[in-house]
Design a protein. Structure first.
Length: 83
């Protein structure tokens, strides 16, 4: 995590954005009224997906159980299968 203040952010905004996107760095920006975080869109989406998965009752347990299933016992994908 990189820490900076709002004045420095204004001077180097492009570099900070590139750092967040290219290196998945989280930028903590401090100001008089509090702090803000800058992160890549991909990191944000990953966090939102993780929050969603953990919010659905039982889904996390199902995913963990499925990850322990041997690959040779897994179902084979069939694009014609009805859901």
């Amino acid at each position: 995590m990189t820490n900076t203040n709002i004045t420095n952010l204004r001077k180097n905004l492009f570099e900070y954005i590139e750092q967040a996107v290219s290196y998945n760095d989280v930028i903590n920006v401090s100001s008089k009224n509090g702090n803000a975080i800058i992160m890549s869109e991909q990191d944000y989406r990953n966090i939102m997906e993780s929050l969603y998965i953990t919010s659905v009752p039982g889904l996390e347990d199902e995913i963990l159980a499925a990850s322990k299933e041997p690959l040779n016992e897994c179902s084979v994908y069939d694009k014609n299968e009805e859901w």
